[in-house]
Design a protein around this ligand. Structure first.
Ligand SMILES: [Fe+2]
Length: 519
């Protein structure tokens, strides 16, 4: 198989990442299958060949009373939800996997039993395409190529993350409002959910809202808030009853991918990275972003419940931080724990200078960024925390906005230097001792991002279960849900829920406790 300069062939992709059982790294692995080559870059990427967490499925599935090996813990009751891109129609040439329609799933766990269900989010885009029986919005976040019949419709794919709110699941895509789905049935309730008109129908809603540890409010933002390419970011807070209780607007130094943010007790944190809007690329029919290594990265923060006028931006060298593990403030400093890459985190997104993907520079490690809350900062401090390659770190979500100790993630085994041999692991990190525990699932599986479920609403931090989906690479991607004691990962799964089929694709997942369901 010949390779064009800068391309990555499928065997290399499979060998280096997916078959390595790189777990969460399968995100970039699947992307690498579509890696760009040369100009016009965005026209030459092959269609997705992805496996593992991101392999297309297209079938909506119901499995009642799943087969369980081991025993579901009696204090584990609730629902594990997730969404991921599952293209409704084949992706157009040059498009990227991030543009597949959101396929939402639930593992409903109670009384020792597990029921599994998946449904596509019936977004306005999905419904229009279903009616036309073809793709009508063929390029990721580039509406200029849309079919005229969909003008004015939401472009949401609802394929990135889910969160529960008022007996609904909100399926999220950062360029659009949420899609509301029934908590139990996953039937779509509202394809463009605006919190009863409190948010503009045209205002995006992040895929990574935080739930306030004190109030239970949803803290969220929408970037490009004033229209396509806008440098305005709307930041707001919604209480448990669905009422907007605070909102303000800020401006970013430049329009870039603002995928995640962080919230502390008193502050909002943003990290602006050089995946910047690229109008020229879009004119050529390409995607929204390219990596501009000549741009700086900005760490910014301002007070919650304020007007945003105290916003401070602290400049740093070009690097990316895409997913927050946790954030807090202590003794006059503010801290953000996030995964950091030295360069473009998504090799399937073009580099603005036309250079080929740099796999080393796209490798994520957890870092701690910090700055003085008051006084002058010449730059932000940055410290590598763990030798774990972990682009999708999580925490006990009850600690979204307060000091925390534990994090959870999928990563390749750090004790095996050869990535082709490294098994896929789930890890628990202890930020107090800077140690970690691992469960190694072997190198024939791909592990999706895990989610933490506390043993009870009042359980201490990290006391509970870690759950995640294992896609078996040697079984046609047939999948299991593995359930581990989050404090003793190294002991392996307590229970394994065996699906008879491949699980739907997953980017992010969310745990809904039993007490959060309607009675
Ligand atoms: Fe994300």
């Amino acid at each position: 198989m010949s390779k064009e300069p800068g391309s990555i062939d499928r065997r290399e992709f499979l060998g280096s990442a997916m078959l390595a059982g790189a777990g969460a790294a399968a995100l970039s692995a699947s992307a690498q299958a579509q890696a760009p080559s040369s100009a016009p870059r965005e026209q030459q990427r092959p269609l997705p060949l992805s496996g593992g967490n991101f392999a297309p499925l297209r079938a909506e599935v119901d499995v009642r009373d799943c087969v369980v090996e081991g025993k579901i813990p009696s204090d584990l009751s609730g629902g594990f939800y997730a969404t991921g891109p599952d293209p409704q129609y084949p992706l157009a040439k040059g498009n990227i996997l991030f543009d597949g329609e959101g396929h939402v799933r639930i593992f409903r766990i109670r009384d020792g039993r597990v029921d599994y269900r998946t449904r596509y989010a019936r977004t306005e885009r999905y419904v229009a395409q279903d009616k036309a029986r073809r793709s009508l919005m063929p390029m990721y976040r580039n509406p200029s190529l849309d079919d005229p019949s969909v003008k004015g419709l939401s472009r949401s794919t609802a394929n990135t993350h889910v969160i529960n709110h008022k007996n609904m699941i909100l399926a999220l895509k950062e360029d659009s409002p949420p899609t509301a789905m029934d908590l139990n049935t996953l039937e779509t309730i509202d394809p463009v959910f605006t919190f009863d008109g409190q948010l503009p129908r045209t205002q995006p809603f992040t895929a990574h809202p935080k739930v306030c540890s004190q109030t239970g409010n949803i803290v969220a933002f929408g970037y490009e808030a004033k229209g396509f390419g806008s440098d305005v970011v709307a930041v707001f807070e919604i209480d448990k009853q669905g009422k907007k209780v605070w909102g303000t607007e800020i401006k970013v130094p430049y329009v870039g991918l603002l995928h995640d943010f962080a919230v502390t007790e008193n502050h909002i944190i943003f990290f602006v990275i050089p995946l910047a809007i690229d109008y020229e690329q879009m004119k050529r029919g390409g995607i929204h972003w390219s990596w501009d290594k000549d741009r700086k990265t900005y760490f910014g923060f301002f007070r919650r419940y304020g007007d945003g006028k105290d916003l401070k931006w602290i400049e740093g060298p070009a690097r990316s931080g895409t997913h927050t593990m946790g954030a807090f403030e202590d003794k006059g400093r503010i801290y953000l724990d996030t995964e950091i890459t030295a360069g473009n985190p998504f090799p399937f997104m073009p580099n603005k200078d036309g250079s080929p993907p740099d796999l080393a520079a796209s490798t994520s490690y957890i870092h701690r960024l910090s700055a003085n809350l008051n006084g002058r900062n010449k730059g932000y401090s940055i410290e590598k925390m763990y030798p774990l390659i972990a682009p999708l770190p999580r925490q006990d979500d009850r600690y979204n906005t307060m000091p925390y100790r534990y994090g959870f993630m999928a990563c390749p085994d750090p004790n095996e230097p050869d990535r082709a041999k490294a098994g896929a692991c789930y890890a628990r990190v202890d930020n107090q001792t800077r140690t970690f525990k691992l469960w190694n699932a072997g190198n024939r599986v791909s592990l999706a991002e895990p989610v933490f479920a506390p043993k009870s609403p009042t359980a201490r931090e990290g006391e509970g279960y870690l759950m995640g989906v294992a896609y078996h690479l040697d079984q046609g991607l047939r999948s299991d849900l593995v359930i581990l004691d989050a404090e003793h990962l190294e002991e392996g799964p307590i229970a394994t829920v065996r699906l008879p089929v491949q699980a739907s694709p997953q980017v992010h997942g969310w745990w809904v406790r039993e007490d959060q369901y309607p009675v």
